[in-house]
Design a protein around this ligand. Structure first.
Ligand code: ATP
Ligand code: MG
Length: 441
């Protein structure tokens, strides 16, 4: 993408309304704009990151055998009356009346809707287990929307729902998601720690929140220091085999949200106990038959008897993750995107637009990257070099290549790694070869 054509409205000043760094940087780097309290438009740069995060979530879900679908944002109140949550959900639910005076709502979550679909369509034990997910906008009329996309009212969530015949199989579905989440967040460069959590209004008896430690987090959490550098399982993990060893490893250390934490019974103390603030990026629940019973989700078992399905639900805050990643990865100059989610992987800076040689080398490198399918942003604006460097640091692309007349006199361009600022010089041919290596990686 050429910067002269891109819609990327950056801001030099810190917007007064933003209290935390991720919100400031998302506004300044032209990723989002607020359209109403807690409701945002995603501009091209923000939308690219949102898509990359969604894609990682999708690939990791698919690897477990979960199947993607898409349910509507608007739901009928009738379904929510069946589960009793139409009243329980209170003011967080945005209620809508259609022209025929039918009560509708903008879905804050989807347990009722998916359970109704499964109740109608799945009748035999042979069709189970199933795990169905979608990545869809939710609306919750939060009392205090704040911190940008971290606590929005409209936000993008991946939510999935598992349906099993018995407790043991439902536990396996839960374990799969536990392991899948570890991998999903690790791919985004995040250390997300699963913590024993309250089940809240969803109900049930087993739940973990996945937490990123960050000063600006809204939750207070407690965990064993050992968890800070425990490694997530690799891509070779077999989801159908026994996942218990991975679960045991992660749950053998103490980790709890403040609702679950009990200072008196906590087994660790002193240096070993980390007390910190955290951002909840995911939440998994096993709740048994709470919804299947209410919605009549039963199948016929092999002995002909009716079985009420065992369920779990699993959420990832896809749009919140943008804020969480920036909270975890930035410096005074701007965002430092992990390679896997960066809006573009390389930023190419032409330091003297209009100079025949600079233009020609930039076009050659830009063309090469495009040919290889690498996401590259070419700053071809006729502006001062200082401003362009600052802008590129703010946007936070992992790599910068600067092409200027001084370097070109010696036949070199400069490469900078955003994460640590490390610079090196490359000949033009080496720069091309370096780009090709990135494509192969
Ligand atoms: P919280 O305690 O932060 O309100 P929750 O327990 O209500 O979260 P879930 O219902 O488990 O959240 O939703 C799944 C995921 O969706 C959460 O882990 C979080 O990452 C994300 N999420 C929830 N509410 C919001 C929101 N208002 N804005 C952005 N993301 C959200
Ligand atoms: Mg909530």
């Amino acid at each position: 993408m050429r910067r002269t054509q891109l819609f990327l409205p950056t801001l030099k000043e810190n917007p007064a309304e933003a209290q935390i760094v991720s919100h400031r940087l998302m506004l300044r780097s032209g990723m989002i704009r607020q359209s109403a309290a807690g409701i945002y438009s995603w501009l091209p740069a923000g939308h690219r990151v949102l898509r990359k995060i969604s894609q990682i979530v999708r690939e990791e879900q698919d690897a477990t055998g979960a199947q993607e679908m898409l349910m509507p944002t608007i739901q009928s109140a009738e379904l929510w009356r069946k589960s009793g949550r139409y009243d329980d959900y209170g003011k967080e639910m945005l209620r809508i009346t259609d022209r025929h005076d039918r009560e509708m709502l903008f879905g804050p979550t989807n347990e009722e809707l998916i359970t109704d679909i499964v109740a109608n369509e799945i009748n035999s034990y042979r069709d189970l287990p199933k795990n169905l997910y979608h990545i869809q906008w939710k609306f919750r009329d939060e009392v205090r929307p704040r911190f940008g996309v971290m606590r929005g009212r409209e936000f993008l969530m991946k939510d999935n729902y598992s349906f099993d015949l018995d407790h043991e199989s439902a536990r396996h579905s839960y374990n799969k998601m536990f392991v899948c989440y570890l991998r999903t967040f690790a791919r985004m460069g995040l250390q997300a720690i699963p913590m024993a959590a309250d089940t809240g209004p969803i109900g049930g008896d087993l739940s973990h929140e996945f937490i990123i430690l960050a000063e600006t987090g809204e939750s207070e959490v407690f965990c064993d220091k050992a968890l800070l550098d425990l490694e997530a399982p690799g891509a070779d993990i077999e989801f159908e085999s026994d996942l218990q060893p991975v679960i045991d490893q992660w749950t053998s250390y103490y980790a709890a949200t403040d609702e679950k934490h009990d200072a008196d019974s906590c087994p660790i103390s002193g240096e070993q106990l980390v007390q910190a603030r955290g951002i909840e990026v995911g939440h998994i629940f096993y709740f048994g038959t709470k919804y299947s019973e209410a919605m009549g989700a039963q199948v016929q078992g092999s002995d002909g008897k009716q079985i009420t399905l065992e369920m779990g639900s699993y959420g990832i805050g896809v749009s919140r993750l943008l804020g969480a990643i920036i909270e975890a990865s930035h410096d005074d100059a701007g965002i430092i995107w992990p390679e896997a989610v960066a809006p573009w992987n390389i930023g190419l800076i032409n330091l003297k637009v209009g100079d025949g040689q600079c233009d020609a080398v930039c076009e050659a490198l830009y063309g090469e990257a495009r040919r290889l399918g690498i996401d590259i942003l070419y700053d071809d604006r006729d502006e001062r070099a200082g401003g362009k460097f600052a802008d590129m640091d703010l946007i936070g692309l992992p790599w910068q290549i600067a092409v200027g007349p001084r370097g070109l006199k010696d036949g070199i361009v400069e490469l900078k790694r955003r994460s640590d600022g490390e610079r090196s010089t490359l000949s033009i041919d080496d720069a091309k070869a370096w780009i090709a290596e990135r494509a192969a990686a």
